[in-house]
Design a protein around this ligand. Sequence first.
Ligand SMILES: C[S@@+](CC[C@H](N)C(=O)[O-])C[C@H]1O[C@@H](n2cnc3c(N)ncnc32)[C@H](O)[C@@H]1O
Length: 325
Amino acid sequence: MGREISAPSLFQLGYYWEAKIFLTSVKLDLYTPMGSGPKTAAEIASAVGADPENLERLLDSLVAIGLIHREGIRYANTPVVAEFLVKTSPFYMGELMLLQDEEWEAWGKLEEVVRTGKPPVKGNIFMNRPEVGEKILRVLDRMAKRVAPSLAERIDLSGYKTFLDVGGGAGTFSMAFCKRYPHLQGTLFDLPETLATTQKNIDKEKMTGRIRLVGGNFNLDELPGTFDVVFLSDILHYQTSEENAALFRKLSRAANPGGLIIVKDMFLNEDASNPGWNAIFSIHMMVYSEKGRCFSGSEIRGWLEKAGFHWVTEMERNTVLTAIK
Ligand SMILES: C[S@@+](CC[C@H](N)C(=O)[O-])C[C@H]1O[C@@H](n2cnc3c(N)ncnc32)[C@H](O)[C@@H]1O
């Protein structure tokens, strides 16, 4: 069951204006100058390089949306904006919004994609556009920093010695596992294009001796050895069913008997329209990737079982599955 739509909310849905006003405000980085206190439109215009009159009108629309306050002729951030959209904040998440802004053109192709069934882009974004891949990884790193330590806490890895992080990206989960379990040795397998970013992060956290980086393509190459734990986060929704089924067979060969596999993604329920956010994210994959989509938990369970994994458990609803080889 989706959310209930009233007549006003029906028409509201068509008005994407607020979304574009918001994304533009992040792109112009309007909130950082107000990070040091309330500012006039002219002060903000000079800090970000904008036309003062048009900027003032934009600022007033942000007041109307509730993102900032107006105090006389000065504008000030609301607390939530100060936390997430001021560049000097440790919780800055503007890059996530900037990625949405970059996808504006891709979303414009939705009608064409639905009519023709033809993907709007070709190939793997992490291979073909590593500069965009790096931005995606920066955003994923910031988001993962919020959840990885608690995942490492909730999944008991104390009985295992080695793990493989498949498509480990920025390395955030690998590093959280290694920090929580000091005896664990990790191997992170990812595309060579991505590993430059991973290396920087691992060096920064002084984790080089704990995590080995191996470059390759998990759809084409064999995985580098066998492991007690295999971890896979946000990989399945970039791939086709056939690729995922083959990948699980490969992961099964890379898992030691009795080993644990942890699969994290955005799973759909059987009716495919729940959870709502995942169903909508699946449309994002339709316009932004060649073949990506969200899959149901039972499809993933099926691939795991066919590949030789047992005791499939949904550890976190619609997000994390674990199984044993
Ligand atoms: C969405 S990111 C997920 C990163 C990380 N696992 C996380 O959850 O934050 C997908 C990752 O898979 C990697 N990747 C995509 N296709 C790949 C392939 N065919 N072989 C190896 N790595 C791949 C990308 O380079 C990227 O690091």
